[in-house]
Design a protein around this ligand. Sequence first.
Ligand SMILES: [Fe+2]
Length: 272
Amino acid sequence: MLPLPLEDNAGDVIAKAMRGANLGDTALGRLAGVDPEAVQAARKNQGDEATLRAIAAPLRLGAEALVALARGAWYPAPVRFPDGFAMLTTAFDDMTVNAYLVWDPATRRAFAFDTGASAAPLLATIRERALQLEAVLLTHTHRDHIADLVSILRAHPVPVWTSERETIAGARTFAEGQVFELGALRLRALSTWGHSRGGASYVVEGLAHPLVIVGDSLFASSMGGGMESYEDAWSNNLEKILRLPPATVLACGHGPLTTVGEELAHNPFFSS
Ligand SMILES: [Fe+2]
């Protein structure tokens, strides 16, 4: 399989940061000392390097990481789990979305995280690996992440859990800090809202690598758009996810797996 493309290019990152800072082409151009036309080109991923370097600081972005992203010079190193973890990527319109399975290798008890556009690969993995699905844990309720909940529940009538800040019919709710036990694994819910009102991440302890399922809170070299609150999305990512040990694997709602260490070094939003 070809490597999964990064979710966002440099233009997407700039556009998200501009929306977050409430800056248009003219206002940002004035702050950075460049023409509005140059800002517009950068926002469309056609920025020259001098413009990228000039606009990075007023947007609170790391200039080196932004330039590297624009050049296509970075991609996260591959991560492998010998057992207990599967990433299921499905096509949703013109993008892809990730769902995940986490299981205790000894007891085969499993949790699903989101559904994918189609749950077919997730359900096939449950069968092939002889897993016992115990619950679906949602990172958030945007359409692409819960699109095929019905297929999972038809095959496995299990509880669905979501943040108390963002509920859907029939789901159980949790507050930040909720602990879920799964055989020898221990999971803890973090509130990483900002992209969505009840965005949640799940810290998983007990597999070959420390792991966090982050949904659309964070992407390799980008983050989810701050649709509810850019400031909270940004500070939750920095304070709750990126302070975990550098080897912690981040399983994102779109794009490839990455790690805390990789993102602190290469994510324009967090490397400044
Ligand atoms: Fe989302």
